[in-house]
Design a protein around this ligand. Sequence first.
Ligand code: 1PR
Length: 598
Amino acid sequence: MEAAPQPPFASVSDSRLNRNTRSFSSFSSSSSLLLSRKNAFYRNKHSRVKFKSSSTLCLRASSSSSDSVVTLLDYGAGNVRSVRNAIRFLGFDIKDVQTPEDILNANRLIFPGVGAFAAAMDVLNKTGMAEALCTYIEKDRPFLGICLGLQLLFESSEENGPVNGLGLIPGVVGRFDSSGGFRVPHIGWNALQITKDSEILDDVGNCHVYFVHSYRAMPSEDNKEWVSSTCNYGDKFIASIRRGNVHAVQFHPEKSGDVGLSVLRRFLYPESTMLKKPTEGKASQLAKRVIACLDVRANDKGDLVVTKGDQYDVRENTKENEVRNLGKPVELAGQYYKDGADEISFLNIIGFRDFPLGDLPMLQVLRLTSENVFVPLTVGGGIRDFTDANGRYYSSLEVASEYFRSGADKISIGSDAVYVAEEYLKTGVKTGKSSLEQISRVYGNQAVVVSIDPRRVYLNNPDDVEFKAIRVTNPGPNGEEYAWYQCTVSGGREGRQIGAYELAKAVEELGAGEILLNCIDCDGQGKGFDVDLIKLISDAVSIPVIASSGAGAVEHFSEVFRKTNASAALAAGIFHRKEVPIQSVKEHLFKGGIEIRI
Ligand code: 1PR
């Protein structure tokens, strides 16, 4: 069993997060996050669960009693830190499964399946846990499977298969079909159609929950007695199952904000007297996401700060020429979560020159943020193979793994993806050894974002270059009507001989699950996204594209969603400078009929 966790939202002392002995962040202000959290639970002195509709408290479950312990089946294939954090946040201790007997003896078992189906089944079979799981579930013991933890209950999966599953539920897990224009992986906040009373979904109502997966199980006559909700994404797939005390969800409650926490809470406190919350939201389909991005780097004093550049120049235009400081990373991330950001990205913008695993404060930022922020976290910067000063070699997979272990749900690769794509386009060979291929093989495509940093190069004639050039809406400085988008590396410092279009298509083939599409010309300008570029790339690939750079007003968000196939829009400066709150963006989109998570 793990050591007792920090109380939720305990103030983090500056010493937990410092570089060069300087403090640069504390989470103390984020206690307001908890204070505003509605419907927190508490146990009174008789240890009975009560629901307090606008509680300011989230006390731990009685630590002496065995019902304050949740058994967690983590077979070590990936990041289950978020699930752990959510369980602790709700006041429970965690007992990790070490042997099959731990499963059989559990009072409550959570199985957050991660990684690939075949690899997971292999571990479960070899360790005897598959049999123990079947016995536990057949005895109708309290169980909650999450994501792959739902899929493994079925007969088999097509993922690198067919591969046999636990065989408890009739059906085959198959891949989403992207031929109808639906982007795969299915990433984002989608709506549930609840088909039967499942108790743990009582507060979901018409709210969105967060999905991230490429495979899904389908409802059928044979499994209809299990299905408690479905979701539409191209086809209608199983979003959750429930039979007796056995529950499983395809979405991620630990990443679905307050609504997701309520799902976990209802599983953890089954005998509570909680009232069903009135249905709020208006969810009907996959929502467009609004992402807050935090460019992070050390300033000249060595403090890790959130900064923001103009066209990637992050230094103030003063005599001192210091790095612009817009706040503390953990604190700002907590604030954006509270404000309704659907996702938060941290970009370590000088990761290309520092060794990221030497950058312990950045890892600490992730660890602390993930304790209290229950929406997806992406981290990028410096993910590549690296040999340190002592000659020790670290693979990009090791670097990414450390980010995942520290709380990242997705990693983002910038410069290295450019080198990898260049090599792939030159040789036509997938070596399987590149950062992109290795990380997506181990953690899944959905966990790998490629961040593209292109710069416009204007042309009079599109045939003047070997790269994809397009007619641009706003001609260049000399009246040029065309442009190609040249990829850069090292934070825009070096232009490469590859276009954003060629790069996007290559990295999709190599295993990227999503593209973060910046534009150096628009970055920090507040004049709107580069709609030409975003349309070009989002039409060229079938993975989700995040539009980035240039947001200056709420209208820029509706424009990019109306005119392109972007799945999400990211902004930095307007949020950091408090010019446009996230809620205003959401209200504007909602009023304009664009589906968003409320
Ligand atoms: O190359 O793998 O080490 O990754 C480095 C990462 O850091 C890349 O994702 C790259 O985009 C980012 N980066 C490097 N230098 C800078 C810089 O600004 N000097 N940040 C930088 C780029 C990220 C954008 C920005 C939007 C929105 N900024 O996503 O947040 O343009 O800004 P806005 O709304 O204020 O216009 P590697």
